[in-house]
Ligand binder design. Sequence first.
Ligand code: DAK
Length: 257
Amino acid sequence: MSEKLIEMVDNAGVVRLTITRPKALNALNSAVLTELEALLTELEKRSDLRALLITGAGEKAFVAGADITEMRTKTPEEARAFASQALRTIKRLETLPVPVVALVNGFCLGGGCELALACDWAVASDNAIFGQPEVLLGVIPGFGGTQRLPRRVGPAMALDLVTTGRKIDAQEALRIGLVNRVMPQAELEAYAEELTKQLAGNGPLAVRSAKQAVHDGMDQDLDSALALETSLFALGFAGSEQKEGMSAFVEKRKPNF
Ligand code: DAK
């Protein structure tokens, strides 16, 4: 049996996925993408899922990009199939109904940056390096970078990054809104675990609805998006979660979701 490339740890619905190809700086090849898609397909069916954290093994890289060695000899048809597989997988991550946190511990380049862009949260070590260096290899981002990056950081900065291929440090990534937090590398792990736990401890239906409202609303005109928010807000009053949350406030205790 071939060795697993993604390690999964499941702690009562708080799931951690670690891409484990540290010798290749966790570069995304077809085998990693196939495994990741299979795991996400299973996870998206789980009603007990509360939060997902995704990271790369080792202290040097989150993911240093798509696997250049594997891509080098691809024909245009094979390149299209590879990009489709990656786009499908990354979309699954983006649309997972629970918050997804990228723990970025080092290089986050090309396909790695595109993977992080599909996450709801990105927390980075202070030595993390970001970039879309594809033009330096004679290609353009193929895993959604030309589309998700401008939506995250605006078209001017996205054009800067995808046309120069320049790398930016964690502080610049924070300043342009590519990541949510930057931490000293020694503190990153504990911070990300705590954040994920905190997200998992909030009202699960409310968290899922909040994510859905933001994601789905972004693709709609404002009035339609506000109507979506109203529907999801009202839906929150249908179950026990809202009653527990508000009763706990009134009774001055912690809610038990
Ligand atoms: N792919 C494969 N192997 C990689 C890799 C990658 N992206 N990045 C690093 N490695 C491997 C190195 O080859 C090396 O392997 P060995 O030589 O030890 O066997 C090992 O990881 C350690 O890397 P280095 O020795 O280079 O380590 P350094 O500290 O010196 O440098 C670095 C770290 C991250 C600056 C450097 O490794 C680097 O520049 N890596 C490449 C980063 C990059 O260019 N990433 C973007 C990849 S392209 C598509 C269109 C485009 C794309 C995909 C599809 N379609 C339309 C289908 C492109 C997507 C990309 O992501």
